[in-house]
Write a protein that binds this ligand. Structure first.
Ligand SMILES: [Zn+2]
Length: 94
């Protein structure tokens, strides 16, 4: 990705174009280029060599549980400095 593409993708008012980076997935098992949609529909398993790609928790939960059978809880709130570490290093500020 060159700097023009990075800047263009960072602009919120410019529509994102589908590029070859988002259309294809390179298998880590056989290094074949697989159409990304086909790879995702096959639950991140390479159709050529059966290499299982990594998936995130959202995809994993969607594959295991029925719809609305679980909910994502917010992270717990932590009070200010619960471990009370003391800064012993002299670090330059500002
Ligand atoms: Zn493969």
């Amino acid at each position: 990705m060159n700097w023009v593409t990075r800047v263009r993708n960072a602009l919120p008012f410019v529509a994102k174009r589908e590029t070859t980076d988002t259309l294809w997935h390179k298998c880590k098992g056989c290094e074949a280029m697989i159409f990304l949609k086909e790879f995702e529909e096959n639950q991140s398993v390479c159709p050529k060599c059966d290499h299982h790609g990594r998936i995130g928790p959202a995809e994993r939960f969607a594959a295991i549980f029925d719809d609305d059978s679980y909910k994502v809880l917010p992270p717990p709130r932590v009070g200010e400095d619960p471990l009370k570490f003391k800064d012993t290093k002299n670090t330059p500020t500002g």
